[in-house]
Design a protein around this ligand. Structure first.
Ligand code: PAF
Length: 320
């Protein structure tokens, strides 16, 4: 399969490494020219902490180039799938310029972001596109511009994005999506097609809205959130406000959603959340698309979410 991967952060490198190793033709689109140069010279490595052999791929087995050249390359030689792994900030503020020339194309595009709001933006930008959203529990940590540590195997759930306004779930007849699932499984991922990807996105949003800002503000790994009653109380309050918003918007969540958040903290106890990683690297965080989306949903329904408002301002204020 021919695959374009836009974004060479931890998840982009992990997907690229395994997909190339299992025989797919991958073009990896990076933000910086330095990363392209290093990928070309040194190749790409997926390594493991548990003693498993790493996967090393030489630079001549795949193409890597700066994102600016993506649309021209795609129009000249289209791929079967475009996988987008960049963070929300880049997706909203950098990609539109490069994607807009594909507005007449029936591209197959799949997005792996935390938070919400980007699928609506992409639908406006690429009205003919077949848009898919993905939710993953794969854990990956980028060690350098060319090496990623596959820190924990998880699952990848993919679904067509169009379950809007109470429309009936889609029966998946898209052969290209089934083929992608097959390709991902052959690359060693546990990938599934789902009619409930929206539910999964909102489930993940709830987890991210509680864990990410607090770990970013306190600069602690996820497991440390459970270390004191004060921390748990703030988590619980964020959770309570978020579920009020869900109730007001008719978004369903599991009865054990709170226990699930505690479980994620335990299972990822030593991990640095993606928001803390952004703060530590002085990058723009995804707070606007996580807690900020909840605030917007609250505004639409007249729900009061003072803590989510505050937490957005606190996290936004970290980066000057
Ligand atoms: O964004 C993240 O870091 C992850 O989604 C999660 C689940 C909070 C674990 O670190």
């Amino acid at each position: 399969m021919k695959i374009d991967i836009i974004g060479a952060g931890s998840l982009g490198l992990l997907l690229a490494g395994r997909l190339i190793a299992s025989g797919n033709e991958v073009r990896l689109w990076c933000r910086g020219i330095e990363q392209c140069r290093q990928l070309e010279d040194e190749g790409l490595t997926v390594s493991y902490d548990d003693g498993r052999d790493s996967i090393s791929i030489s630079g001549d087995r795949f193409a890597s180039a700066a994102i600016e050249g993506f649309a021209v390359a795609y129009l000249h030689e289209p791929s079967d799938w475009i996988i987008v792994t960049v963070k929300q900030d880049i997706l909203h503020n950098v990609l539109p310029e490069f994607l807009s020339s594909l507005k007449k194309e029936q591209v197959h595009i799949i997005c792996f972001q935390n938070g919400i709001g980007h699928m609506e933006m992409l639908k406006g930008l690429l009205p003919k596109a077949n848009l898919y959203a993905a939710v993953t529990t794969e854990a990956a940590k980028r060690k350098s511009l060319t090496e990623v540590i596959h820190a924990g195997a998880g699952e990848v759930w993919i679904g067509e994005w169009s379950l809007r306004d109470g429309q009936a779930p889609i029966i998946h007849t898209d052969l290209q999506a089934n083929y992608l699932i097959e390709v991902l499984n052959m690359a060693g991922f546990s990938a599934f097609l789902s009619n409930e990807v929206d539910t999964m996105i909102y489930r993940k949003l709830l987890i991210n809205a509680v864990i990410n800002p607090l770990t970013a503000i306190w600069r602690i790994p996820n497991g440390e959130l459970l270390a004191s009653e004060e921390r748990l109380q703030l988590m619980k309050e964020l959770f309570r406000e978020a579920t009020m918003v869900y109730d007001a918007c008719g978004v369903t969540y599991d009865d054990d959603a709170w226990d699930n958040i505690l479980e994620v903290c335990r299972l990822t106890a030593g991990n640095i959340s993606s928001m803390l990683a952004d703060v530590l690297a002085s990058r723009t965080t995804e707070i606007r698309w996580i807690n900020g989306s909840l605030v917007e949903m609250a505004e639409r329904t007249g729900t009061l979410v003072p803590l989510h408002r505050w937490i957005c301002q606190i996290v936004e204020g970290i980066k000057v």
